[in-house]
Design a protein around this ligand. Structure first.
Ligand SMILES: *[C@@H]1O[C@H](CO)[C@@H](O)[C@H](O)[C@H]1NC(C)=O
Ligand SMILES: *[C@@H]1O[C@H](CO)[C@@H](O)[C@H](O)[C@H]1NC(C)=O
Length: 350
């Protein structure tokens, strides 16, 4: 290549990069369950894992990372859209260090919930432990960038929280803990609100300010719950969708209260329920052909170890599906959720 051409290329590169605004957000910090777990469960003794193909077949480098998806999660796509790295690494992944975590970190654990009893069911990381990891992270961050810069990163980062589904589908309604005897469903929702308030107040006192808290999705429409709704021909299970709506109404009230009472806090609700239902009711406008089954295996009940490369039924093109496995959305739907998050609950920060 001639020197002239090289110089021209360099000039072009410099002018293009100066057009891209530097992100005002220093990091994306993630708490929650499998909807946002980037691979923390790989490092703990639980059976709830997804670090094998076909999971990850559409991820960067076709890598199965422990994300419950064919590709990236909403949090990865949000990070990239903010000018940060294209994926948010799991805090327990030994391949990453504080140098990476300074730009984004995920503490989430598949199978966890707001209720301590939920994380016990599959022996995953309870939410209080995610907060302990956040404290540990801040110590490492201070050592790495200094006290002032660490405080800046923690205060200015965007926080994404996605949790609550497992409290109902893996705990209360599976009758595996005593919660269904101890609480009516309404009382249990209130109990979970107290846990959410506790968690949010804790991370606020640890420095979190810009927080997007996802409401529950249309959890009665996941393939697994459709499959148990055989009397109604695998329609969405209305009982679970109603719980999600009731939970969300209480969550929105809680978010309003906390946002008004904790100075400097910008806590925003994310309306995933309406958004997922819109896709499920109008799939063709999104180029989607199947809203009922997961792409992986038969799509009726498989996730985790049951969704594996030995099953010949896995669909060739996940872009045509709402769900990747019997519980989790495809990267395509995650892109729509990332877009929604950026346009709504994070719009004033970006
Ligand atoms: C959950 O467990 C943690 C750690 O043992 C404990 O500090 C916390 O009080 C528990 N929460 C509830 C509501 O029991
Ligand atoms: C994000 O959503 C807006 C509004 O619905 C839409 O116009 C835009 O194409 C979407 N972008 C992506 C990348 O999906």
């Amino acid at each position: 290549m001639s020197l002239h051409l090289l110089l021209l290329l360099l000039l072009l590169l410099i002018s293009v990069s100066s057009l891209v605004p530097a992100s005002r957000i220093p990091a994306v910090i993630v708490f929650g369950d499998s909807t946002v777990d980037a691979g923390n469960n790989n490092q703990i003794p639980t059976i709830l894992k997804s670090n094998f193909h076909p999971y990850g077949r559409d991820f960067i480098g076709s890598q199965p990372t422990g994300r419950f998806c064919n590709g990236r999660l909403p949090t990865d796509l949000i990070s990239e859209a903010l000018g940060l790295p294209p994926s948010v690494p799991a805090y327990l992944d030994p391949a990453y260090s504080i140098r990476d975590f300074a730009h984004g970190v995920c503490f989430a654990s598949a199978g966890t919930g707001l209720d301590n009893a939920t994380s016990d069911v599959l022996n995953v990381i309870p939410l209080w432990k995610e907060v302990e990891y956040f404290k540990d992270y801040q110590m490492k961050l201070r050592r790495y960038v200094g006290r002032a810069k660490a405080k800046y990163i923690v205060n200015e980062a965007v926080y994404i929280v996605s949790i609550g589904t497992n409290d109902f589908l893996e705990n209360y309604y599976l009758l595996v803990t005593g919660r269904f005897r101890q609480f009516s469903i309404g009382e249990y929702e209130d109990f979970l609100m107290d846990r959410a308030a506790e968690f949010l107040t804790k991370i606020y006192h640890l420095g979190a300010r810009k927080i997007s808290f996802a409401g529950l999705s249309a959890i009665g429409c996941v393939p697994l719950e459709r499959s148990t709704n055989i009397q109604q021909g695998r329609a969405c299970a209305e009982r679970y969708n109603k719980v999600a709506r009731d939970f969300n109404a209480k969550l929105q009230a809680l978010i309003g209260r906390l946002d008004a009472s904790l100075p400097g806090l910008k806590l925003r609700y994310l309306a995933t329920y309406e958004s997922l239902l819109e896709i499920i009711q109008n799939p063709s406008s999104y180029g989607i052909e199947n809203v009922e089954d997961g792409c992986c295996a038969t799509g009726k009940f498989e996730m985790g170890y049951l969704c594996n490369d030995f099953d010949p039924h896995t669909c060739p093109d996940a872009e045509k599906y709402v769900f990747w496995d019997a519980f989790h959305p495809t990267e395509k739907v995650n892109r729509m959720m990332a877009n929604l998050t950026l346009r709504t609950s994070l719009s004033e920060f970006v």
